[in-house]
Design a protein. Structure first.
Lengths: 673, 171
């Protein structure tokens, strides 16, 4: 006799969603001619979203109720986990991650439908059909191949628990952000396909497309930064980005979206790069699906795990269909995708954007190549090779440098053609400042770190260019009598896209400062200390005071108390821990002690590597890193998000009354520059 | 004139850049007067921790990596060179122990592939812009007039227009 379980509701909901989703996708296409079917398809979207959300809720409840009869629950949670940890166990495994992806995409579909249904009645059927097809694929995988509601015959008394590395707070935010980012790339993709299918290749939907790309870009960017923050605080190797396949896979769609955000402006202003932009929107989605697939399955580490992975062939087939279908459509529409304008000069805004796209795609290409190369090597040569961080640093480092320089030049170039006087007018002071900083750093630090001197010079150039831009705007407004702060505010308010963009660029520069500082000037030492002894590293003296231990449900921990002095900063009290979790004894987790010093902004990063609590000696081994400027990376990340918010903030809130935003200017509004 | 100069300069820059990649990695990482710790770390940074996912022996907190660092230190103290130590680990663990693909044999492909992608992309871009420039005509979009082009001027015009409103007290 079969007894129905609570979790079966989830599975039935997924099955029903699969059927409704497949039906509605077809109905939406046919509905372009039969209005009644179209209405039914749109209702189907809401039905799918409700059913998938129901399934997600059932999985969450099963986790909270410790239903270890579910294989997924038994593998990702245990009784000793608290409520928050149980809730985040949802994305602790492949099945849950895919379900989360599908749920978020279903909800996003409702949002897209609600927002654009009346606005783009001719595009909407195709957009909905594409989004539903993607959803149908994920539901198929969830019901047939990678089922989160699979039951085991004999429920264990307790689950295995989540990998302790994933118990950190960063893990509660980072994976859902990335999964949400990944799935959100399906909207720009759907817009691109809808444009190609309907033949509406004009500009009417460009603004909406740009909005969705910006949203995906921001979510994915936040996810990447959270991932870096998590790695820095939890993994304990002193760094935040290791060019690991999973990190690379998440970076790729973000890079493509960054390129698209820039090149789309060329299409808005000049009607150029149409094929290119559609290609980027499609490419970003393909890479996002690739990333979703890579992130949990571990396929990239070996050809064998690829062929062994159950979901591998399905994802591969799906990606093939997407790539071939999209490429076919693009070729079919090629004749109607003629550019309206063309390049007038090498020194022009549009050429700057083109160079930006070239460099961003070069980073993406090199990163993709490095990520899949081990697979190729194993398939062709039979031997595995490792592609370590050095490859990426050596190849991508200079490209990023080029991008930074371009970030200073690009915004000051005029559309079409930049005159030489305006070039001199804009660039003299930033260039002088950049050269001065580079020479000063060379004199101060020597030629061994010439790379850092040059990179900081480039950053100075960008800062100078942006500062000049703000200063001129504010000065002009101040002349009219308002205070500097008010002038700044009204300046930004009148030109959100432009100044939001500048703030994002400032954020990128801050991140670059941190990355350059920590990659060129990191110091490290492995030491052994007795209580009361100290060690001097750089300008800091680290003193070890002693060990203590404590016990919490599911955890045994040893903590070493440390004091950091020197560098004219106030004394820091830090605690480095080593935690051993039940069921995961082989994998002790380090509680890294991190303290940021002022005004140097050095991170003192201390790891407890070994300790003996037995006896009175309490000898402990530490690994100490001095990571300069890493905190600027997190600050830059916040600036990046703030800039995005400024750029997308809807017009007409509060400031609109204060400022006339529609000023008659010959040649159109600059607000979309 | 300026145009050809810029093109040549960018071509030279591209070439120099790619050449830098093909230098041996160690030549870039070398610096004078390091203490033993630094030397151990530099060698350990080039070796992959065999029991971790994508971490170097220098960065890995694992037991095995700690032991490997001790081996490197011993060998350095015994006077072994960087190459000898690397060779020792390759003999024991195979080529897979190297974190960075050697710039020779099959793995040279990865460096060449990356270089090719960058250069091809750059050339494609330059060719595209050039062919458009060759037509010389100033392009206009339907519904747009060919105005004085300098964006900044328009931008400042916009500011001035706002300012005059400001002064006339319409705020």
């Amino acid at each position: 006799m079969i007894v129905a379980q609570f979790s079966d509701i989830g599975y039935v909901a997924l099955l029903a969603a699969l059927l409704v989703s497949a039906y509605s996708a077809v109905a939406a296409i046919v509905g372009r001619r039969v209005p009644a079917l179209l209405t039914s398809a749109y209702r189907g979207v809401i039905a799918v979203a409700s059913l998938v959300t129901l399934a997600a809720l059932v999985l969450w409840l099963s986790l909270l109720n410790h239903d270890f009869g579910l294989r997924f629950v038994a593998e990702t949670s245990s009784r000793s986990m608290d409520t928050l940890a149980l809730l985040s166990a949802f994305w602790g495994g492949q099945e849950g991650s895919l379900l989360f992806w599908a749920t978020m995409q279903a909800l996003l579909m409702v949002l897209v439908l609600w927002k654009h249904r009346a606005q783009y009645p001719h595009l909407m059927p195709v957009i909905v059909a594409v989004l539903l097809s993607v959803q149908t694929f994920f539901l198929f995988v969830l019901t047939m191949v990678s089922n989160p509601f699979e039951r085991v015959p004999l429920a264990p008394g307790d689950g295995r628990g989540l990998n302790p590395l994933l118990l950190d707070a960063g893990m509660r935010i980072h994976p859902p952000l990335l999964l949400t980012g990944y799935m959100s790339f399906s909207v720009p993709f759907a817009f691109a396909i809808a444009a190609l299918v309907t033949g509406d290749l004009g500009r009417s939907w460009l603004k909406a497309l740009r909005g969705w790309v910006l949203l995906s870009w921001a979510i994915q960017g936040a996810g990447l930064l959270m991932g870096a923050w998590w790695a820095y605080h939890v993994l304990g190797w002193g760094g935040y980005w290791g060019w690991d396949p999973v990190e690379n896979a998440a970076l790729l769609p973000w890079l493509i979206a960054t390129a698209l955000l820039h090149s789309i402006m060329v299409q808005e202003r000049r009607g150029m790069l149409k094929v290119w932009n559609l290609g980027l929107a499609i490419g970003a989605f393909v890479l996002a699906v690739f990333g979703t697939f890579v992130v949990r399955s571990g396929v990239i580490s070996s050809v064998h795990s690829f062929s062994l992975s159950v979901i591998g062939p399905y994802f591969f087939a799906f990606l093939t269909i997407v790539v071939l279908g999209a490429a076919g459509l693009l070729i079919y529409r090629l004749p109607s995708l003629k550019a309206e304008g063309h390049f007038d000069a090498l020194l022009s805004r549009e050429a700057g954007f083109l160079a930006n796209n070239w460099l961003l795609l070069a980073v993406a290409g090199a990163t993709f190549w490095g990520t899949i190369f081990p697979l190729l090597s194993e398939a062709i040569q039979g031997t595995k090779v490792a592609i370590g961080p050095q490859f990426y640093k050596q190849v991508n480092g200079p490209i990023f440098l080029g991008l930074i320089v371009l970030m200073g030049i690009g915004p000051l170039l005029a559309w079409r053609r930049t005159s030489r006087p305006s070039l001199l007018h804009n660039f003299t002071w930033p260039v002088v400042a950049a050269v001065a900083v580079t020479l000063a750093l060379l004199a101060l630090l020597g030629f061994a770190t010439a790379g850092a001197a040059i990179a900081y010079g480039a950053c100075t150039f960008v800062l100078g260019a942006i500062a000049l831009e703000f200063a001129r705007g504010v000065r002009t407004r101040k002349r009219a009598g308002s205070g500097p702060l008010r002038a700044l505010r009204s300046l930004v308010a009148a030109n959100r896209r432009r100044y939001g963009g500048y703030i994002v660029h400032l954020g990128i520069v801050a991140v670059a400062f941190g990355v350059i500082g920590s990659s060129f000037f990191q110091q490290t030492a492995d030491i052994q200390l007795r209580p009361g002894e100290s060690y001097t590293i750089g300008r800091y003296k680290v003193t070890y005071s002693g060990l203590s231990s404590y016990r919490e449900p599911g955890v045994d921990a040893v903590a070493a108390a440390l004091r950091v002095e020197g560098g004219n900063t106030s004394t820091l009290q830090l605690q480095a821990e080593k935690r051993v979790y039940t069921n995961w004894e082989q994998q002790p987790v380090t509680g890294v002690a991190i303290g940021t010093t002022f005004p140097w902004l050095d991170d003192v990063y201390i790891l407890l590597t070994d300790s003996s609590t037995s006896g009175a000696a309490q000898v402990a081994s530490f690994r100490i890193f001095i990571n300069p400027l890493v905190s600027l990376i997190w600050f830059g990340g916040l600036l990046l998000l703030a800039g995005t918010v400024v750029a997308v903030w809807p017009h007409g809130l509060a400031v609109r009354r204060a400022l006339p935003t529609t000023v008659p200017v010959p040649g159109g509004s600059l607000a979309d520059a | 004139m300026l145009r050809t100069l810029t093109l040549r300069a960018s071509a030279a820059l591209l070439l120099a850049w790619v050449l830098v990649w093909l230098l041996p990695t160690s030549a870039l990482a070398q610096s004078q007067d390091q203490d033993l710790n630094q030397k151990v770390r530099e060698i350990a940074l080039t070796l992959r921790c065999p029991v971790c996912q994508n971490l170097s022996v220098a960065d890995s907190p694992s037991q095995l990596a700690t032991e490997m660092r001790a081996v490197i230190r011993q060998k350095l103290e015994a006077g072994a060179s960087r190459e000898e130590i690397t060779q020792y680990f390759v003999q024991n663990y195979g080529n897979g122990i190297l974190l960075d693909p050697p710039k020779e044999g099959f793995t040279l492909l990865i460096w060449l592939g990356a270089a090719l992608a960058v250069v091809a992309g750059g050339l494609l871009m330059v060719v595209r812009v050039r062919s458009a420039l060759a037509s010389k005509a100033i392009s206009t979009l339907p519904g747009e007039c060919a105005l004085p082009i300098v964006e900044r001027d328009r931008y400042e015009a916009m500011l001035d227009a706002e300012l005059s409103l400001y002064k006339s007290g319409e705020f």
